[in-house]
Ligand binder design. Structure first.
Ligand code: NCD
Length: 331
């Protein structure tokens, strides 16, 4: 049948996918927190506030109707994958979730991850990627034609987590400048710590790092902080920081990153935040954790109003709504 004899199905005069808002994020990959200036952060946080209000009043909206997200996780995830899915759905978009049964080969050898991206981008408008190798998102972004959002590249970075962490600090304590922030746990392999530390270096903060000797913050990160004039100290005892901390940012020892499990066994019970310890903390401070926790924070702390980790989880969805809308030119 020739084309001319068919009545058209759609009236396509209007291009519904024209960007409505051109901002610095439109069609950009989100790979590292280094991409974000203070103005960018203020913009995303203001949009996240709007998303929170929308979600509260309407639940969902049509802002990203007609857009599809591929959520590709080569490593386990509960919060990051489900919050991106929830974010997309609350904005009226669709999701292709790919979280199970993925086999991966080395990114440095290239093929499988890149082919995967080049395939998936035929179906979607943006890809959220988690992969066990440092630099994997940056490699994927080099080849893909849709924006790639890094949801964790091995022990490298986890930029969207750092954004939600900073947003949480700002909304819980009303400011970032002037705060004493203590990072506790696996500072060597913890990618959330790496990203958050880099972001915080833009502010006037004092940073305290608490870890076993083998899991200290990587030297390049530490040197960068010192070069930027940030007040930093390292210790292996939580008791050294508990009294002055405005934020206790607690992290899990990253078992999966250890090549020698004996080394993991040596440090796995390094510390626990207990109700007794919290009696020494300030009245106005917060305890954060990117989660999952595996014994670092006693369950009794959950009832303490200073425990901010589940509010932090909810903030994650609002931040990811703001980011997805910005990258797709709709916010
Ligand atoms: C973190 C991660 O995957 O890096 N979790 C998260 O995204 N909320 C922290 C962790 O796994 O310990």
């Amino acid at each position: 049948m020739s084309k001319q004899t068919l009545a058209p199905l759609f009236k396509l005069e209007e291009n519904k996918r024209e960007p409505k808002v051109i901002n610095g994020f439109y069609q950009k990959d989100i790979i590292s927190v280094n991409q974000f200036t203070k103005d960018d952060l203020a913009y995303i946080f203001a949009r996240a506030d709007e998303m929170a209000e929308m979600a509260q009043r309407w639940g969902t909206c049509d802002l990203l109707k007609g857009y599809t997200l591929a959520c590709v996780f080569y490593e386990p995830s509960t919060r990051t994958s489900s919050s991106f899915i929830a974010a997309m759905e609350r904005l009226g978009g669709k999701v292709i979730p790919i979280t199970e049964g993925i086999q991966y080969s080395s990114v440095s050898k290239g093929e499988s991850l890149i082919d995967n991206m080049l395939t998936l981008e035929q179906y979607c408008d943006v890809i959220v990627l988690r992969h066990p190798e440092i630099g994997s998102s940056a490699s994927a972004a080099k080849y893909a034609h849709v924006p790639i959002i890094n949801a964790g590249d091995g022990a490298g970075e986890h930029p969207t987590q750092a954004l939600l962490d900073l947003y949480t600090i700002q909304s819980e304590l009303g400011k970032v400048d002037g705060l004493k922030i203590s990072m506790i746990g696996d500072l060597r392999y913890g990618r959330t710590v790496h990203s958050l530390t880099k972001l915080l270096a833009q502010y006037d903060v004092s940073l305290r790092f608490v870890s076993p000797d083998t899991l200290r913050l990587p030297l390049d990160l530490m040197n960068d902080l010192i070069d930027r004039g940030i007040n930093v100290r390292e210790t292996s005892r939580v008791s050294d920081v508990i009294e002055n901390a405005d934020v206790l940012y607690v992290t899990r020892i990253q078992k999966e990153r250890f090549t020698d499990l004996l080394q993991y066994e040596e440090v796995k019970d390094f510390f626990e935040i207990t109700p007794e310890l919290m009696t020494r903390a300030k009245e106005k401070m917060i305890v954060m954790h990117p989660l999952p926790r595996v014994g670092e924070i006693h369950y009794k702390i959950d009832r303490d109003p200073r425990a901010a980790y589940f509010r932090q989880v909810q903030n994650g969805m609002f931040i990811r709504m703001a980011l997805l809308a910005a990258v797709l030119g709709q916010a």
